[in-house]
Design a protein around this ligand. Structure first.
Ligand code: FES
Length: 110
C-alpha cells in the first residue's frame, strides 16, 4: 500500500497506509489527520487541503492544472512557489508509492 507521511509543525508525524488511487487529502480525512479539511470533497474549489510537498518527492508529481493553480492563490498559510500543492490533486498508487508532506499551520476559511 502507498505510504503517506504527514509532518506537523509540532514535530509529530502521521503515517497512513493509503488505498491505491486515493488522494493525499482523502487519506488524511479518512484517517483523522489534523490540519487537512477537504471542504469541497476534492474538486479543487476550496484550498483546505493545501500541503507542502517535501523536496524529495516533487519530481514524482504531475503538473498543475488551471484550477489548482488558481486555488493555491487563496491558501490561508502562505504559498510556497515550489512545494505548495492541493492534497486532493495528488493521487497515490503504483507511480507514487510514497510521499511526504508538511501540513500548513492553517487552512483556508470557508
Ligand atoms: S479538497 Fe477542496 S481544493 Fe482540495
Amino acid at each position: 500500500m502507498p505510504k503517506i507521511f504527514y509532518h506537523h509543525a509540532s514535530g509529530n508525524t502521521d503515517v497512513v497506509d493509503a488505498v491505491p488511487g486515493t488522494s493525499v487529502m482523502r487519506a488524511a480525512v479518512t484517517n483523522g489527520v489534523d490540519g487537512i479539511i477537504g471542504e469541497c470533497g476534492g474538486q479543487a474549489m476550496c484550498a483546505t487541503c493545501h500541503v507542502y510537498v517535501r523536496e524529495d518527492y516533487l519530481h514524482c508529481l504531475p503538473g498543475m492544472n488551471e484550477d489548482e493553480e488558481e486555488m493555491l492563490e487563496v491558501t490561508s498559510s502562505p504559498r510556497d512557489a515550489e512545494r505548495s500543492r492541493l492534497g486532493c490533486q495528488i493521487k497515490v498508487g503504483p507511480a507514487l508509492e510514497e510521499i511526504a508532506v508538511d501540513v500548513p499551520l492553517t487552512q483556508a476559511e470557508q
